[in-house]
Design a protein. Sequence first.
Length: 243
Amino acid sequence: IDISTAYLGMGIHYDLDSPTVTAPFRRLVGKLNYAVMCTRPDLAFATQQLARHAHHPTQEHWTAAMQVLRYLKSSSLSGLKFQGGSEMKLIAFIDSDHAGCPNTRRSTGGYIFTLCGGPISWRSSRQTITAKASADAEYMAIADAAQEARMLINFFRELGIDLKPAHFYVDNNAAISITTNEGISKRSRWIDIKYHIARDIYTEGYFTLEHIDSKDNTADIMTKPLDRILFARHANKILSAPQ
């Protein structure tokens, strides 16, 4: 089974002349979304790419969906695994592509939060505004993750568990600089004000930032098509298969 997501969505354009497939496509995407929300973060990018075409699916989209099902069947025994007794440390990998959508030129951002060695929250979604540069797209992804970190930390506090600030791994130094500097530069002035909440949450001490090499950023699996080897490498980090 080829587990690469290389052609799932990124190479698919709207073709209004192609005959549409029937309602089962939408039902299938709904079922895949359920799997993504529960235990399969590795399917998030491919599923949201398919969901973009739910209003006008073609045979090409159905073929892509079948590829996802084949991968899901081949990895049906994989799941989430947490390490008992390990330190309660909230870690997040954050990433974004740049202008990856061929129709809107908007970027896809994503994150994966882990606790006790296993993922507890993840997201892959197309950003609501068009980023002028990759650093801007990454900064908007950090803003989304910052709000999630604040929610998770406050949630655990209500349970009587005081977590340390989340540790964010980001592969873009410019985005880190935009987040940690209070001034508004010409580069970041155009960004929607709602994304600057990342700076407030950072100042409140909810997260810290560290640069990571792109090849080691697990959130790559949430934002862009990957080749077979890199996809498997990241999937094995967030999922556990029985020995």
